[in-house]
Design a protein around this ligand. Sequence first.
Ligand code: NAD
Length: 452
Amino acid sequence: MKIGIVGTGYVGLVSGVCFAEMGNDVWCVDVNDAKVADLRRGHMPIYEPDLEVLLHRNLRERRLRFTTSLNEALENSEIIFLALPTPPNADGEADLSYVLEVAADIGIWLGAHPEAVYRIVVNKSTVPVGTADQVQAVLAEQGARPGVNFDVVSNPEFLREGAAVDDFMKPERIVLGTSSPRAGDIMKRLYEPFVRQGNPILIMDERSAEVTKYAANAFLAARISFMNEVANLCDRVGANVDKVRIGVGSDRRIGRHFLYAGIGFGGSCFPKDVQALLRTARREGYDFKILQAVLEVNKKQRMRLVHQVRSHFGGNLRGKRAAVWGLAFKANTDDVRESPAHAVIRGLLESEVQVTAFDPEAMTTSQAVLGESITYAKNAYEALSGVDMLLICTEWPEFRRPDFQRIRGLMRQPLIFDGRNLYNTQRMEERGFEYYSIGRPGSIRDEPFLTQ
Ligand SMILES: NC(=O)c1ccc[n+]([C@@H]2O[C@H](COP(=O)([O-])OP(=O)(O)OC[C@H]3O[C@@H](n4cnc5c(N)ncnc54)[C@H](O)[C@@H]3O)[C@@H](O)[C@H]2O)c1
């Protein structure tokens, strides 16, 4: 099939490459000239496991093309995906300007070709309920005829950064929101090769599809905040959240995923999507209490490690030196949008701690945000030289089994604050470390935090 993807970021690039890998002809459009030029040469703009190999193969096979011209993609595609940013505006609502501006441009092109063509315009961006209707109205305003030369489909994306290729190639479900049987059939044909194992393609109305995406993300975020609350209670009552997690997650009604306590959720999706759903509810006069709590818990949890550090040093941190392992919002990505690690670093800097950080992939993306406020180390061990403490903020595999003797030799004192619960608390004691984690024996109860 012939496909256009507008927006070549984490979602658009993965979608484009994976559709091409399935044998489709794909045109990817982006306004960023440098990114398009890089991609044409096979240079990856992001770190995402397994994506580069597929990018190269599909460029070579000429199934995948990159352009800055929307019209070029429109001429060559029957299905146009919008994988554009929907960042929060000042009120926390999703900013739809990227989506609606591109929709208007598509409408102009369709308006100029009223009879000859039929295109499906697909919202893959995460968008508030009612956006498919808005996109349809914008297209129609420009002279395009709904049902005749276009239909709009809402097709939210559920991929996880760090496992995006696998998630896209083997999705647990495909959600298609459309009231057009013609568009629904074509979209179903497009996705059938991805669900050969029998995972469902769910066709529903546009609004249900839009709510499904937000509800899924909000629910996952709620699990994390819930477990963080459980962890903080464990600290108070002398329980171990790791044991509680396994005990709770063994119940099939609950399941094992998304029950890890830590320093809160981040990334480009959960914080903005929970916020946007809350705003939608408020606009409709509905007080969605759980969502407010999910965000409040997360905000506090991001400072949990910093409060532990302050408590340990009796509040006086000026001139202390800290190493931070992990800058990405989670492992296996270079994405630092809303990264809890950055929040921790900002907290440390406010307390006049000097920070040296290392991340296997997110150094460049972090430098673009944090600039020269911290020092960047070439590897995990270099970051440790002469520091008073190590803080672990991202669960990268290489941090899981480090050389503890080497760590001890490099640090001024063997002191670790672990925001990801990577190590066994008892073994850390045997290794001679003062070791604090989240919701496990030895954690600081952290009065200033709990009384906030
Ligand atoms: N990142 C994720 O894990 C994820 C998962 C599911 C859904 N989503 C949703 O998908 C959407 C895109 O997210 P992302 O993380 O890929 O964003 P991103 O910021 O990584 O990428 C967006 C891309 O769009 C390009 N762009 C902006 N304006 C454009 C225009 N007018 N024409 C062409 N290109 C334009 C930008 O240059 C950028 O390359 C968002 O709504 C997001 O919430 C993201």
